[in-house]
Write a protein that binds this ligand. Sequence first.
Ligand code: SF4
Length: 281
Amino acid sequence: MSRSATCDVCWRHCAIPEGGAGFCRARTCQDGCVVAENYGRLTSVAIDPVEKKPLAEWHPGARVLSVGSYGCNMRCPFCQNHEISQAGAGGVPWREVLPQELVDLALECAERDPSVIGIAHTYNEPLVGWEYVQDCSILARRAGLANVLVSNGCVSAHVVDNLAPLIDAANIDLKCFSADGYRELGGSFEDVHHTIEVLGTSKTCHLEVTTLVVPGVSDSEAAMREGAVWLSGVDENIVLHVTRFFPRWHMAGAQPTPVETVMRLADVAREYLPHVHVGNC
Ligand code: SF4
């Protein structure tokens, strides 16, 4: 009988056959167990200003060693990083950097440039390989480095609950404002709500939220109002980024979001939230 195992990292609960990969292409089944095959496999490494994550109200002017692997559990047709987020192990070049090596690299960067204060897990969806985020974050914290997470937040509660105490700052996407909208993008509205609630009420994590305003997906004034009201209930001082979409991947033929739409939606959000930033305008 051929073996398979069920992954509990996100709502998809993929039943992965032995030697096969889950929907995210990052997790596989080996010897009857689900493993993060992308563990330590970095496709992208760069030093970025925290403002690029984006984090607008956390250590302004600081920089972080930003790393990403491959894989994602969503399929947003407008993905800005589809070359790595939608790839598997064979689809994109990677090199192995184990947690201690990554922390040592960050410490070297910080020695050369004191504005580097930590490590950001970003670019693809970091939480489909959350064990790497966890292991790096434990070592980074011991070394006095900060831990930053940039994620779609659509993972099971146990993943976020385990990681939250290790994360110093996070930016979580709120891609749209309804369960139906999330279903179309391949995510879970319920799970992103849980993630935002856990990180937004954490005493040790600074949370910012980003909504990319995509025409026909997330450009409704009424929906933005509903989203802003909900966010203010989580934390009245939560920081929200309302950002402009530029055509990418399956939406390469679309028009960029009109600047006035982004500005109008940001104004709607400001009726309920005092810290709203616009981006890409
Ligand atoms: S994390 Fe990946 S393998 Fe696990 S359930 Fe989600 S999509 Fe499937």
